[in-house]
Design a protein around this ligand. Structure first.
Ligand SMILES: Nc1ncnc2c1ncn2[C@@H]1O[C@H](COP(=O)(O)OP(=O)(O)OP(=O)(O)O)[C@@H](O)[C@H]1O
Ligand SMILES: [Mg+2]
Length: 505
């Protein structure tokens, strides 16, 4: 064998070393034919040294597309005085590929001419594929982060920014490069800015989840200094060390819509009130008419009686009494006209599904409640049913009760608003329950009277209007204590006799 021409590769110490090393070692002659193919190479490729000796390496071990490059590096090594390095695939006997990193060294004969090339390899197939997979998965993750419609920011356990997504750049106005390594607190206004390091420390020390896993309304700050409302969601994962991922949704335009809705809501409430005042005017007119008629009769009777007695100045007094009767009649007429006017605009009732009516009213009435930290629950029982009702008026009642409940929980530690409907003892029952401090004692007996209020800006007509509306629907409105705190306002309405009759939307 030609390999024997190389002293030192036949049975010597070097030969023993070649046999035992775990890395593939190949010796080629000046033409690229295999002279020595060690055991590690045999194990790696499945070829026995005996089958391949004297064959050129690129005739059987090299992928077609790499033959050219391997021949080039081979020639280069023959002409080089220092080792060359190369990475290429080996094709195993079974046709699999192994990626090998080579260090090639030229060996000279006695004349100093190139005699052999000694190639020592490291099989990097697995580590390379791990590396590729890792960088691919990192690139994949990054592309997801950048495609996210909300800003994604990752930080380490000191609050230093590690990743800042495209949307984060758009939202905050910073380039990622400006912020990498900076503290996340640059993105929030005071007092959070100064407190944030403490929040993280507190979490790391106590493990107490203040914010992790929960969405929460926060204030954030753009590079321009503008402060905007945002919803923040934070999750945590360990990537060797602890990493926090924040998803920040800019809700400034949403907040603008909400504040417009809130204005509309107030206007609606006001318009509703004006309408409902008419209802109250009807009953006031009714109540006033009687005493006025009585006063006119009494004053008339007094005048008649006086006419029968004689005293000085009598005619003057009678004339005054007649004037008084005239004024009282005039007041009576005004009230009658007002009642007729109000009566004309009396609203028509029609059949409505109570759940729809209540749900619509709630949708508007609860706006802003969540921002105040109130959790709103609804429980509309499917069997609650339908009733002949004036939708606007009943919605007015629901709105009043819900707004009162929200007002009542302003300072309470527990803030839960529950609006529910059900069918109970044959009646439709609607409940608005809160966890406030309950009805102030001094108001209890006069709660449903007009102009009774404990609020600075309250008119105190909400409940009295509500009561007159519910009365006009042949129902009743009452209040009870909620357990363990707050109160429940309940109104009950008689349902339509045939609930399955055609219903209005
Ligand atoms: N859910 C409630 N919890 C505690 N107190 C309540 C509740 N609802 C009403 N009240 C009390 O009853 C009073 C009267 O309520 P009402 O709705 O008639 O008027 P208001 O809310 O004060 O003013 P507005 O005319 O603007 O509604 C309130 O001022 C408040 O003191
Ligand atoms: Mg009110």
């Amino acid at each position: 064998m030609r390999g024997s021409a190389l002293s030192g590769f036949d049975g010597s110490l070097e030969d023993e070393i070649l046999k035992t090393v775990e890395t593939p070692i190949v010796v080629l002659d000046r033409n690229g034919a295999v002279v020595r193919f060690n055991e590690a190479s045999e194990r790696l490729t499945g070829f026995a040294a005996t089958e391949i000796l004297d064959r050129k390496i690129w005739e059987f071990l090299i992928l077609d597309e790499e033959i050219e490059a391997v021949r080039t590096i081979f020639e280069e090594t023959c002409g080089a005085s220092t080792p060359t390095h190369f990475v290429n695939y080996w094709k195993t006997k079974k046709g699999e590929r192994r990626l090998i990193e080579w260090s090639n060294q030229r060996l000279n004969d006695e004349e100093g001419e190139v005699a052999y090339i000694l190639a020592t390899g490291i099989d990097i197939t697995e580590s390379k594929s791990r590396e590729v997979a890792l960088s691919e998965s990192k690139a994949f993750l990054r592309s997801i982060i950048d495609a996210s419609p909300v800003a994604v920011i990752t930080i380490d356990d000191k609050g230093n920014i590690l990743t800042f997504s495209h949307e984060a750049e758009k939202t905050f106005g910073y380039e990622e490069a400006e912020l990498l390594g900076s503290n996340i607190n640059a993105l929030m206004p005071e007092p959070d800015r100064s407190a944030h390091d403490g929040y993280i420390r507190g979490y790391l020390e106590t493990g107490e989840h203040r914010i992790i896993g929960k969405a929460r309304a926060v204030k954030a700050q753009r590079k321009s200094g503008e402060i905007f409302p945002a919803i923040l969601h934070v999750t945590e994962f360990a990537d060797g060390s602890r990493v926090f991922v924040g998803f920040v949704e800019d809700v400034s335009s949403q907040a603008a819509i909400e504040s417009r809705l809130k204005e509309t809501q107030v206007q609606l409430q006001h318009a509703g009130r004006v309408g409902e005042m008419g209802e109250m005017a009807t009953s006031i007119a009714h109540e006033l008419n009687q005493p006025l008629t009585a006063s006119a009769s009494l004053a008339g009777a007094a005048a008649l009686t006086l006419k029968k007695v004689d005293f000085s100045g009598r005619d003057g007094v009678i004339a005054l009494l007649d004037d008084a009767v005239g004024e009282i009649r005039r007041a009576s007429d005004i009230i009658r006209q007002m009642r007729d006017f109000v009566r004309k605009r009396k609203t028509a009732k029609s059949l409505h599904d109570i759940n729809k009516v209540v749900e619509e009213a709630c949708a508007i009435a609860v706006i802003g409640a969540e921002a105040e930290g109130i959790s709103v629950k609804t429980d509309f029982q499917a069997n609650a049913g339908a009733a002949q009702l004036d939708r606007t008026q009943i919605q007015q009642v629901v709105t009043n009760l819900v707004r009162n409940a929200i007002d009542a929980m302003h300072n309470s530690p527990k803030k839960e608003l529950t609006i529910s409907t059900e069918r109970r003892n044959g009646l439709i029952e609607v409940k608005v329950a809160d966890t406030g401090f309950g009805i102030p004692k001094e108001l209890k007996s006069r709660l449903f009277e007009a102009f009774v209020t404990s609020k600075e800006d309250g008119l105190g007509v909400g409940l009295s209007i509500s009561k007159s509306i519910i009365d006009a629907h042949r129902g009743d409105l009452l209040v009870a204590d909620n357990k363990p705190s707050g109160c429940v306002f309940i109104f009950r309405l008689p349902p339509e006799a045939h609930d399955d009759a055609e219903q209005n939307p």
